[in-house]
Structures are given as structure tokens and as C-alpha cells.
Design a protein around this ligand. Sequence first.
Ligand code: NA7
Length: 561
Amino acid sequence: MLLRYVNSDKNDSTIGVRGKLKKNQETFDVVIVGAGFAGMYMQHKIQQRGLSVRLYEAGSGVGGTWYWNRYPGARVDVESVEYSYSFDDDLQQDWSWSERYASQPELMRYANYFADRFSLRENMRCDTKVTAAVYDAEKLNWHITTSQGDEVSAKYCVLATGFLSSGSVPDFKGLNDYNGNTYLTSKWPKEDINFKDQKVAVIGTGSSAVQSIPIIAKQADHLTVFQRTPSFSIPARNGPMDREYEKRVKSDYPEWRRRQRYESRAGFIALNFQPTAPNNKSAIDVSDEERLIDYETRWESGGLCYYNSFVDLLTNEKANDTLAEFVRNKIREKVKDPETAELLAPKDYPIMAKRLCADTNYYETYNRENVSLVSIKDSPIEKLTKKGVVVGGHEYEVDSVIFATGFDAVTGAIKNIDVRGVAGESLDEHWEGAPRAYLGLMSNGFPNLFFLDGPCANGALVSPMLLSEHQVEWVDRCINEIGVGLGAEIVPTLEAEDAWMQHMHDVGKDSLLHLANSWYMGANIPGKPRALLSYLGGLESYRQQCSSGEANDYGNFVKTR
Ligand code: NA7
């Protein structure tokens, strides 16, 4: 099988400075893993403090998730003016987005602009995977090993490895027998791929598939989509940036950011949408007419704004079903063939219990003559053969198979590193089953090790930019307030970690998220323990809890000075 999703990036113009020494044994104040938006901001903060820092990145350039997910149609589902750094007013004034939702190439331009503007490249090593991070309890530092043979040490280690960065391909029978081209959406090749004159299969119907299918369908001779679970998708209503609107936002950006932080549930308010405030009423207490007005207005606004709709949509099945049925009816209106429409209309899980998708012509694509939908819900993919995909005894012959099969989300990228804390205990052992991290920032037994956008914080359900800015600033303060002279060690107490896990459980136990087999629950990966991976208390509550963590001179931590 030709694995086309493995890139060769040797001539990439976006590369940082690569490791030149065979065995680099330097010592740093801070080592950061990952040059996504969180890792780069962390590096900037550390550089501003005048501390020594090294950032390692597996890709050949910056951008993190956006570096790898370059599949056709890849774009962010939070509005560009919100999905951007807010910490520097000059930066947000200087940068101008071209569309309501930035595409992957534009996000890459932004990431590279950021790296240059804040002089990050010199302290970065790209094309370098961190393979192990082992704590030396005597020297009080982390010993970090990389795929390029670096062996460096650092007082502090920050894992900014991303929560959607470890792509997953199911272990289909016959995977290696298939002779055509294979692609993974989360490791898409850099060269232009065109499916003209090809018969193509897409496996999976999550967000990556929903974005890429309409584009691939226009190129391919025939596209067959293999769907196990349909997604709920809302029209994104993407378009060129409305310059008047941009001007309005920029005329008072701090106020827009304040609303994003304090007037939304998820850190985005879909600024174009009026009224922007979350609806704090119950969906079942209002009249049918009032409910419909909310749903229709948000449908017209587009995107993910149902996260700010009625307050009980994610806690009350009856309330949830009012919105689910509204969206199912929209699908039925769009898709001409009633049988296909019913297959595309999700009925087995609450809406938003898997992350909503935002699309451009997704459902309409199934009205094309060259597109067919095969439900594999009751009859899974049996195998791949030399020529294609077999379902229900029928062989679908295709030239290319695209795996849009998701991620080992939140913990996958962390677990790819052999992380060992005091007494040699591995993170895997400490997490035994489900991940544990106080405030989603640190784990007991792993001093001076921080997670950004990691487990037990609310990464899955809030705008990742806002969350990572908040976390980076917390870590920056922690390193500088506790690490006086960089001689200190800090680690959360087991009691604090237990209490946070209990709080996470209490806040999340009534959520409808438990009713879907999604990456939110780790349920999309065979063998991964089923557990809620994110904190569901909302951004504001999270911010308050993080402040409590800093209170009383970091009273919930053990410190050595
Ligand atoms: P998702 O949303 O996890 O989607 C993965 C899709 O792949 C989903 O439809 C899965 O079906 C399907 N899948 C996974 N394994 C199989 C097997 N074995 N057989 C058939 N189908 C399978 O990942 P995306 O990359 O689309 O999106 C991830 C996030 O990126 C998204 O939430 C946004 O935040 C942006 P299943 O639902 O498991 O039945």
C-alpha cells in the first residue's frame, strides 16, 4: 500500500532552525514540546522573561494541528476574529483575516507571521520529535530525548502537544493489501492532490469529512462515503470578511474579547450573531414559537452558535431533542432522496454530544449524481482488498481511499512520549485508566511538568485559543513566581488532584456527552478507557478555579525552594 500521507518536507520555507548537533546536551530553563498556537505563545512568554528556552516540533514548520490537517476544505469552525491571539492589541490590529472562518493556508500564514514577529525560530528545532521526558529527582530537572539524538535538560517542561494531533487509522483487515492511494486527513500531503477521473472512498463522517467531501465530490469521477455514525452539521455561512464588520471589531477589540471571555459559554460568541448573549432559558419552558425563533436565527447566522442557545440543551434529553429534530428537518429539506436523508439525519445520540460540524454544502453534496452514501452502521467494513473496500460482501473498487477517521484525542500525543516522573513512574501508570491532572495543568508525581490544552481542562468545549492563552499565562506566572532563581520544584498534591477529578466528575456527570461514542469520551478509539476527557464547567468557572490554584502561595501544591 502506498502511504501517501507521510510527508517529506525538506524544502519547506517555514522551517525553524533545525538541530545541527548530533547529540545536543544543552541545559535550558524551559523545554516546550509543540509549535502550535499554545506552544508558540508559551515560548514567547518565556523569551520575554529572559529565560532560556528550546521548543521541539515534530513537523517541519509551525502551526501544530493546522500544519498537518491540510486536507481539502480544512478551516477553523470558530470565527477568525475570535480564533486568534488576543494578548497583544498591536498584533490583533495589524493582522487582517480574509474570510469569516480562516482556511488552513491562512492559519498557516498567521502561525508563521507570529513566529517571525516574536522571533521564535532561533530557539525552535523542527523535524524533531520528543521521544522521552524523564524527571531527575536529585537534580530537580527534566531529561529530554529526541528523535534527532538531542539529550537536553530543563528545569521546566511544557507539553503543548495538542488535543487533536495524534491521527488514528482503524486496524482494518487487509489495510496493507490495498494497492490504490491512501490518505489520512490529519496527515495530508503537501503537494496538490486532485481526484479528477478517480473513484474515491471516504471513510468517516466527522468534521474533517464534512469539510472535505463537498470539494472531493466536485473533483472525483465518483465518491463513495462510508458512514458509521452521521454528524449534525450546521451551515458555516463562510464568506469574504466583511470589512465594515472587521472595522467595528477592531475599533474596540478589547471589549469584543471581554464578551468572548465573559459572555459566552464556550469562548466564542459568533460575533456576527445578534443577540450575542447566551440564551439562559430552558428549551422546554418557552413556547414553540420562541424556541423556533432562536433556532432559525442561529441557523441563519451559521456555525457553532447553538453552543450559546438554550441553557439545558446539553443536560436535558427532551430539550436536546427539540434542537436535534429541528436540525434533522433541515437535513430532510436539503437532501432530495428521502432514504439518503434519513441515513444522514442522526438519531442515536443527542445533538452536540459529539462536536457540531460547520459545513459548506455538505448535505447538498449528496444530491450529486456522482456521490453515494453507504451506511456501515449495521454492516461494518469487512476488509480492504487490492482494489477497494468490502462491505456486506460487496467490493467497492476505488482508486483512492481517504481515512477521515479522527484522532486519539487529548491524551494520544502525550502518551506517544515516554514521560516519567519521580520514582520512574510513567504518566500511563499514574493515569491508569483515565487521565488525571489538577486544573488540567499538572499531575501529581510529575514536578515542573505542565500540559497546555491537555486532559482535564476544557479544551474540547471552548475556543482553544482562549483556553491556551489563559493556561500559558498561568504557567508563565507559576514558573516565575515559584521558580525564583529557577531553583524551585512545584507539583500538585494528590489531594488537590483528587478534588479536581471529583469536581470534574460532579460538573460533568449529568451531561448528555456521556450518551455519544465520541472523542470527548475517548470512545472513538478501541481499547481506550471511556472517560470524560474535558472539564465541562465552562471557561469562566475554569478561570476562577485556576486562580484558586494560585491562591495562598500555590497552597494546593508542594513546593521546594
Ligand atoms: P471525528 O469527528 O472523530 O470523526 C471520525 C470519523 O471516523 C467518525 O465518523 C467515525 O465514526 C469514523 N470512524 C472511526 N473509526 C471508524 C471505523 N473503524 N469504521 C468506520 N468509521 C470509523 O474526527 P474528525 O477528524 O472528523 O474531527 C475531529 C475534530 O476536528 C472535530 O470534532 C472538530 O473539533 C475538528 P463514529 O462516529 O466513530 O461512528
